[in-house]
Design a protein around this ligand. Structure first.
Ligand SMILES: *[C@@H]1O[C@H](CO)[C@@H](O)[C@H](O)[C@H]1NC(C)=O
Ligand SMILES: *[C@@H]1O[C@H](CO)[C@@H](O)[C@H](O)[C@H]1NC(C)=O
Length: 370
């Protein structure tokens, strides 16, 4: 949406959420993993191995699978729509135009490069389709398609929003899946946070001045981990029913990431870096389900093939696999497939990032408008 300041002020007086019309982005560039993948693994058709690109994935909004790992839109789709931009095309799409942005996110992405895991004997555990730094390389390679001179590129990027993450979920997940001790998983935190920080600085060097850096989800609330790693009763949160030590890991990561963001803000005073919170809203969905229109229950996947047990999850037979079906109404559930969230959840998170309270500062914080 384009408007002059004066017109915006007039619109402000009359219509809806003010910041949406007041802040204007030329484009949005998104980097991430399956939380925001828009189909980068599906641009040449749906690969046989990819259950997440089969129904009922995509059932709610698109009516068909798109490669998004949800029943519908993901957070970055809602953000693009709220900003008046088209849905960001997956960056590998053959036929797309990227002048209003691109989505480099790809399912399985890690923050750290594959070599990091190989050096630790974890190469086999990582399904690395494109780390953060690989995605930044894709972004750099795309520049000739979206701007025709270094000055034009810098000018476009100065007016664009860059979303860098979430990253970390797969770095930690791969290590957990390899049954490495939790102390070893915790030892990854500074490496992962450092990698995200380096990614942010590469984008700043390209001309980005407005960045959003999301933290990780409370992985101890994922039906997948709850069903795979049964714990003695004392190891679950009394109110959430989530695995405490995994949520602590996510919390420690997010705290370290926020400290890194503080350092980056101090080092780059002309750049705005927003911390975006996936953790708090997901915990809220568990603790205050009704407030968001969700059923109050232990964390439970909506979709399975079929799911089993109280978490409705079976690792060898998941959503998208033969026989998969979804719960009656995905909009009643925050967890979609046991790892990823429903469109309804992502909508609440996107609004919380744009207008508060789930981002610091909110992306459309009117205090920042000149
Ligand atoms: C590619 O673009 C052309 C022209 O805009 C369009 O007709 C065609 O449907 C597109 N193909 C795909 C696969 O999107
Ligand atoms: C999980 O799925 C597999 C493959 O479909 C099936 O053989 C197994 O019985 C399921 N597990 C449970 C506990 O039902």
């Amino acid at each position: 949406m384009r408007c002059r300041l004066l017109l915006c002020l007039v619109l402000l007086a009359h219509a809806g959420p003010p910041a949406a019309v007041a802040r204007e982005y030329a484009a949005v560039f998104n980097f991430g993993d399956s939380l925001t993948d828009a189909g980068n693994l599906c641009v040449d058709g749906i690969p046989d191995y990819l259950a997440t690109a089969r129904l009922p994935y995509g059932m709610t909004y698109f009516g068909y699978p798109t490669g998004r790992v949800s029943d519908g839109r993901v957070v970055v789709d809602f953000i693009a729509q709220e900003l008046g931009l088209p849905l960001l095309p997956p960056s590998k799409a053959k036929n797309a135009t990227f002048h209003r942005g691109a989505n480099f996110a790809i399912t399985g992405a890690t923050s750290l490069d594959l070599s990091f895991f190989q050096e630790r004997g974890l190469g086999h555990a990582v399904w690395s389709s494109g780390s953060l730094h690989t995605q930044i390389k894709w972004f750099q390679d795309m520049k000739p398609k979206i701007c025709s001179s270094p000055q034009e590129c810098r000018d476009l990027f100065r007016r664009s929003l860059f979303i860098v993450g979430e990253f970390g979920g797969n770095d930690y997940g791969s290590t957990l899946f390899a049954f490495r001790p939790l102390s070893e998983v915790h030892a990854l935190v500074p490496h992962i946070v450092d990698s995200i920080g380096r990614g942010v600085e590469k984008l700043i060097a390209e001309g980005a001045v407005d960045l959003v850096v999301p933290g990780t989800m409370p992985t101890g609330c994922f039906p997948m981990y709850l069903s795979m790693f049964p714990k003695p009763p004392g190891m679950y949160g009394g109110r959430t029913g989530c695995i405490k030590e995994l949520n602590t890991l996510s919390w420690v990561h997010n705290a370290a990431l926020q400290r890194r963001i503080e350092q980056l803000r101090a080092k780059h005073p002309g750049v705005r870096i927003v911390y975006a919170d996936y953790y708090t809203p997901a915990i809220q969905f568990v603790l205050h389900a009704e407030k968001y229109g969700f059923l109050r229950q232990t964390p439970r996947a909506c979709c399975g093939a079929p799911g089993v047990g109280e978490y409705n999850f079976n690792l060898t037979s998941k959503c998208g696999d033969p026989g998969a079906y979804a719960c009656d109404d995905p909009s009643n559930h925050w967890s979609w497939d046991g790892v990823h969230l429903t469109e309804a959840s992502y909508g609440h998170i996107a609004k919380g990032w744009l207008y508060g309270p789930f981002a610091d500062p909110p992306i459309l914080d009117t205090k920042h408008l000149g």
